[in-house]
Design a protein around this ligand. Sequence first.
Ligand code: FDA
Length: 390
Amino acid sequence: MERKTIDVVVLGAGAAGMMCAATAGTMGRSVVLIDHASKLAEKIRISGGGRCNFTNLNVRPECYLSQNPHFVKSALAQYTQHDFIKLVESYGLTYHEKTLGQLFCDQGSGAIIDMLKAEVDRGGVTWRMGTAIGAVRQVEGGFEVDAGDETWCCASLVVATGGLSIPQIGATGIGYDLARQFGLAIVPTSAALVPLTFQPQDLWGELAGVALESAEVRAGKVRFREDVLLTHKGVSGPAILQVSSYWQPGEPVHLDLMPDESPAEFLAGASRDALLSTVLAERLPRRFAQALAAQFGDNKPLKQYLPRQIAEIADRLSDWQVVPSGTLGYKKAEVTRGGVDTKGINSKTLMARDVPGLFFIGEVVDVTGWLGGYNFQWAWSSGYVAGLNV
Ligand code: FDA
């Protein structure tokens, strides 16, 4: 092993790691950025359908899940969505707001990767891509990291190795192992921003391909109003991905299929001679309306239902409950819920409270953003803050 001495070792050249390395490098620190992947930042590349939803205009602490909901406040305030937008603009990149404050890069996600790479290079950072990380040791005055055929001796070590989602492109649990090695706790992890699966008898399979526009979906106390897509295995679409982060196994998911009006009033005003499926199809996709009507017995003209049955149909339209059997797991999840417990990390610097010089940033930390650019903003903000403090 060849021994090398450097100020900062950053493990993981994803969104948070590159931001941190660039910031530390431009502050004059000597930095090496190590990643086992041979291709740079694959998660950024596949993000936002290839257009990278790089931030959100409405970023605020309430849009993040963590055992400590206050933890994100300092980093998000130190480096805001507007700071990142300025960086994007300074590279001549353009962007557009798709919906709900979500900003996408017109030049595609490759342009965001090129921008971050240029920032890292501007900081004079040493790259080590395609390099396996071996043992990490705490030594007097810092750390030693075995990586490839080199041992790096550093005062500051930053863990930016992300979560467990999409192992196909390089996600591993090394960040959690390192946290445990240094005595930090882990909040149990699970797949989040992920499609939900249902029992086969739950009507969904036969409806694959149906889209419910702007349904309101609720799990526990949170509700999201966006599209829902029915698939062969269950349900997906932005509203479902959002509630998946809050959903607990065994709990029902509630769908309000007519969030803009009272279903009871709608049914009362409908033609009494029309079939229930025909009436429901005025507000819902036809295939869905037919399957739903079949759930209330034979599909009959409205006048043949008893008042209590009409009331039951109205209730179901505003609060249709289904208990998911599970999720599609890390293979299909955008992020990992849980992670390194924030109790062990100083929120103002991202340094471990009991291990001077050790930092945790990005998705490896117990911080999970909503769908819509919030997770990248956490990566940029936490990366920047650690970069200032290494
Ligand atoms: P990230 O995963 O980016 O980087 C971790 C790095 O560590 C990787 O380069 C990996 O190779 C490396 N690594 C892991 N284990 C290692 C080991 N053992 N040795 C060496 N290196 C190792 N978010 C958002 O805000 N807007 C969006 O549009 C999307 N879209 C999206 C689509 C899809 C399909 C997914 C899967 C995810 C998203 N996300 C998203 C989420 C976003 O990609 C994610 O939150 C950030 O990439 C997290 O940044 P990190 O730097 O923390 O981890």
